[in-house]
Design a binder for this molecule. Structure first.
Ligand code: NAD
Length: 351
């Protein structure tokens, strides 16, 4: 029997399968969107061109090129563009950065979003928005930014370079793993998170040897969707909060930062039944070292110093974090950040 719990499931329509990009005009009609503002990551410009044509007279305007962590000035320019073209909805194609910019518009306008993710960041499944100004990343939760429809077409991520793929999978794994220990964690989210880890691990293992395998790319999108749902219902804990601080204050790349920090946080935070289930899904006998080994095998940078952080900045980040989050033990935060900076193999503590 589970302990008493509360679980909140969020409403979104998910369409997954090879070639589903073609269904986007129909999905636009289902939401009764008449004027689409298209947002596209540069790497999928060609696919966005095709989509623009397919949208026909529903197409109202386009924003190309997006930046990670949604800089405030980009958010304001995008909102102005939505007003200028009189958009009644947004279609965002790309990674978390494209979807993040769409969310910035929806936050103030409440325009519906159709998300077409091409990475595994999982933002498309969450009502969480983020924005960065003066080195500070602010995040918040608002149902208005949750995409109404998510179209997962594995053909779009087939050419996603292996380094970006692996780091992005690490980001999705972080959503799943942390979802088992946050204050809002519950047994339903745990099932979603564990299945997410299984799909992400299996998909990653296959694409490491066969990057264009369509089944594996579908598996990764499925895992990313579960990971995003887990994050949406469990919220964030120490891991995501540390990564947001590092990303906002030191402009570190988002997904890679997750990869360096996750094994070290898992060493302290994963416990009990959830830890065992995550280990079974990851096919390892120790979660922290299993994650570390998987990321190493996939050639994801495993230290913050490789990402350009200095040791002094790592220690400054630990102080900043401890000041903002007195609920976390200062010594533990400092140890996590020092180990993540060094890329030390996480042995000990939880074994
Ligand atoms: P991203 O969107 O910047 O994409 C990473 C890289 O992949 C970029 O260089 C992009 O051009 C490239 N790329 C994307 N699709 C490609 C394709 N099909 N082929 C080749 N290259 C491709 O980064 P991301 O890791 O997807 O997302 C990170 C951002 O998302 C951060 O700002 C993060 O804060 C946010 N995020 C938000 C949430 C949330 O719930 N709000 C969750 C996860 C991430």
């Amino acid at each position: 029997m589970p302990e008493p719990f509360v679980h909140v499931g969020l409403p979104s329509r998910i369409v997954l399968g090879p070639g589903t990009l073609d269904s986007v005009p129909n999905e636009v009609d289902l939401l009764e969107i008449t004027k689409v503002l298209l947002i596209a990551t540069n790497s999928v410009r060609n696919e966005a061109d095709l989509l623009e044509l397919a949208l026909q007279d529903r197409f109202a305007g386009r924003i190309d090129g997006v930046k990670q962590h949604v800089p405030m000035e980009r958010a304001e320019a995008a909102r102005a563009k939505a007003r200028e073209v009189d958009a009644t909805g947004i279609v965002a194609i790309g990674g978390g950065s494209a979807i993040g910019l769409a969310k910035a518009i929806a936050l103030t306008s409440h325009l519906p979003i159709i998300a077409i993710p091409t990475t595994y960041a999982g933002s498309e499944m969450t009502p969480v928005w983020g924005q960065t100004a003066d080195g500070d990343k602010t995040t918040g939760t608002d149902l208005a930014v949750l995409p109404k429809t998510v179209v997962y077409d594995p053909l779009l991520s087939r050419q996603l370079p292996l380094d970006i793929t692996a780091a992005s999978v690490a980001n999705a794994l972080a959503h799943c793993v942390e979802a088992t220990w946050t204050a809002k964690a519950d047994p339903i989210t745990e099932v979603i998170a564990v299945e997410g880890v299984r799909a992400l691990r299996d998909g990653l293992q296959t694409v490491l040897t066969n990057p264009t395998d369509l089944d594996a790319r579908s598996n990764l999108l499925y895992g990313a969707s579960l990971a995003g749902s887990a994050l949406a219902s469990a919220g964030t804990g120490i891991h995501h909060k540390l990564c947001h601080l590092l990303g906002g204050a030191y402009n570190l790349p988002h997904a890679e930062t997750h990869a360096a920090v996750l094994p070290q946080v898992s060493r302290y935070k994963a416990t009990g039944r959830a830890k065992q289930r995550l280990e079974a899904a990851l096919q390892t006998d120790d979660l922290a070292t299993g994650l570390f080994d998987l990321f190493t095998e996939a050639h994801v940078p495993i230290s913050l110093k490789e990402l350009g952080l200095t040791e002094a900045q790592a220690s400054e980040a630990a102080d900043k974090f401890a000041a903002a989050h007195p609920e976390e033990e200062k010594k533990v935060v400092a140890d996590i950040l020092l180990r993540a900076w060094n890329g030390s193999k996480p042995e000990g503590v939880s074994r």
